[in-house]
Design a protein around this ligand. Structure first.
Ligand SMILES: [Zn+2]
Length: 279
């Protein structure tokens, strides 16, 4: 039996990287929050199937919805950090990134009264500098490495790219990288870890890919966002066509799809990242 690591990046519909030109940080407070209701859709779904997940919560959200963070913890899930302001890590200066990582961790720890061990970078914007900072600040694992999305960032990741082969990697100081799961076909990486792709592939095909991954790896790691379970979210005009498609494709079917996923793999153990790593 292998493990399934369900992970949720808790952010709202207007905080997605593709929408950043439309919603800069200073406009967020004027947007209507939908994240509480949408996260409850997921929490209720996970309760129904008796599965545990890891929630990477954005600090900006935690500040405004501390009750939601507490609820995630009370229901038995792990609370981890998605940073504070959702800026890409490689676009921040060293001190800005350090402040973002520190602020989000201490915010979440104050709310839950428990240490926060895990981190996921916005849009998988992992760098070696980020990993060094995470260790320094007392994080114990990172789950930002996605070898599919890294393809578009030539050169930026050469130093660590070779080391993460879609399996976990234990580093010095008991720090671990838990990469997003992707499907390997003919030496190529096909996006199979979640997001728009979870909603895009026909379910039978998606399931087949996950079975394939579980045959070769000790875990399958899936990521999703609360806004993906919200077909009624405001539609934003003026997005690039491919991004628009990926953002809005099959939103009305995500809940059913997640139910099918949880049913199909119920013989596997759904476990939080911390518990998987024995932290
Ligand atoms: Zn995010």
């Amino acid at each position: 039996m292998s493990f399934i690591l369900l992970t949720v990046d808790v952010e709202d519909w207007f905080q997605v990287e593709n929408l950043r030109p439309h919603f800069p940080l200073n406009s967020w407070d004027s947007c209507k929050l939908r994240v509480e209701g949408n996260t409850h859709v997921l929490l209720n779904l996970f309760d129904r199937f008796h599965v545990l997940a890891t929630f990477f919560v954005l600090g900006w959200i935690a500040e405004r919805c501390p009750g939601l963070v507490k609820e995630i913890k009370i229901r038995g899930h792990e609370v981890a950090s998605h940073g504070y302001g959702h800026q890409l890590c490689y676009e921040l200066s060293f001190s800005e990134l350090k402040e973002d990582l520190y602020r989000s961790k201490s915010l979440l720890e104050d709310i839950t009264g428990q240490p926060v061990y895990g981190y996921r970078a916005p849009s998988f914007s992992i760098t070696q500098g980020l990993l060094d900072l995470l260790k320094e600040l007392g994080y114990r694992y990172d789950s930002s490495y996605n070898d599919f999305s890294i393809h578009s960032r030539y050169g930026k990741m050469d130093s660590i790219r070779e080391r993460f082969l879609n399996g976990r990697l234990n580093e010095e100081n008991s720090f671990t990288e838990l990469p997003i799961s992707n499907l390997k076909l003919g030496g190529k990486s096909i996006p199979w870890g979640g997001g728009g792709y979870f909603r895009l592939w026909p379910f039978w095909l998606f399931k087949l890919g996950v079975v394939q991954i579980l045959r070769r790896r000790e875990y399958y790691l899936l990521y999703c966002h609360p806004w993906e379970f919200d077909p009624d979210q405001p539609r934003v005009d003026g997005m690039r066509l491919d991004r628009r498609f990926r953002h809005y494709v099959n939103l009305a079917g995500t809940s059913d799809r997640m139910s099918s996923f949880l049913t199909s793999f119920r013989q596997h153990e759904f476990i939080t990242c911390s518990r998987f790593l024995n932290l």
